[in-house]
Each structure stands twice: as structure tokens, then as C-alpha cells.
Design a protein around this ligand. Structure first.
Ligand code: HEC
Length: 112
């Protein structure tokens, strides 16, 4: 993408975010999702081996600190909130997960 186009896209995104329209939805971080095998256990809208991303978004959307909690959980694990089974750690899912990547994933999940 050239610099010009990138600028146009950035201002479009800012505009959409400001108006709160559906366009504000972050793009799906497909490579990260594949790399960490998220869809091995989750789907966007149907509970499968794990709660669906939509259920997760509904549960946490209005909780102010949910994003930080979920990012920490994705990176370091934690107590199960949905049942007895907890999520495997990044090392078992495909490799270490940076704070930035965890943030990207959680923002996407919470936008479902
Ligand atoms: C091996 C299966 C598996 C994989 C792979 C997996 N998850 Fe999960 N995930 C679960 C299970 C089981 C739960 C429910 C755990 C609980 O009760 O907190 C869960 C819960 C979650 C939650 C909610 C946590 C909470 O505290 O409520 C989020 C957010 C989440 N997963 C995101 C992801 C993302 C993003 C990926 C890919 C990076 C991923 N998961 C990969 C099984 C998986």
C-alpha cells in the first residue's frame, strides 16, 4: 500500500470510529488467528469446544478492564470463566504471543 492510500485508509478508519458505525470494526487478524489456531476450538457465532467469540464479546463488551484481563489471559493463561476447561497456553497453540498481538486479537474478539 503506498503512503497516500495508507493515509486515506487511516482517516477513513478514524472517521468510522468517531461515528461509531459498523465500519469501526477492526479487520480480522487472519494470520494471527491461523498461527495460534484460535478457530481450532472457537467459532465466531457457535459455541463449539469453547464459547463463541460472539458470546465472549457479549459478556465483556461493557466491562472496562476486560480487554487487559483477556490479553493477559491469552498470553499467560488463567482461571476458566466458562466451565472447567481452560485455554491452552500460547506455547501449545503455536508459539509465544506478544502483548501487541494479544491486544489485536482481543480487540477483534470483542468486536464480534
Ligand atoms: C485448544 C482450544 C482453544 C484454542 C486453540 C483457543 N481457545 Fe480460547 N478458549 C478455549 C476455552 C476452552 C475457553 C473457555 C475458558 C474459560 O472458561 O475461561 C476459551 C476462552 C477464550 C476467551 C475468553 C476468556 C475468558 O476469560 O472469558 C477468549 C477471549 C479466547 N478464548 C480467545 C482465544 C483466541 C483469540 C485464541 C487464538 C489466539 C484462542 N482463544 C484459542 C479454548 C481454546
Amino acid at each position: 500500500m503506498n503512503a497516500h492510500l495508507r493515509k486515506a485508509v487511516a482517516s477513513l478508519a478514524a472517521c468510522a470510529a468517531a461515528s461509531g458505525s459498523a465500519l469501526a470494526q477492526p479487520p480480522e487478524p487472519t494470520a494471527l488467528i491461523d498461527h495460534q489456531h484460535c478457530m481450532f476450538c472457537h467459532t465466531v457465532d457457535k459455541p463449539f469446544l469453547a464459547p463463541s467469540f460472539r458470546q465472549i464479546a457479549d459478556r465483556y463488551r461493557d466491562q472496562p478492564h476486560a480487554s487487559a484481563m483477556l490479553e493477559a489471559k491469552l498470553r499467560h493463561g488463567g482461571k476458566a470463566h466458562w466451565g472447567d476447561m481452560s485455554m491452552p497456553l500460547p506455547a501449545e497453540r503455536g508459539g509465544p504471543l506478544s502483548a501487541e498481538d494479544a491486544h489485536t486479537l482481543v480487540q477483534w474478539v470483542l468486536s464480534q
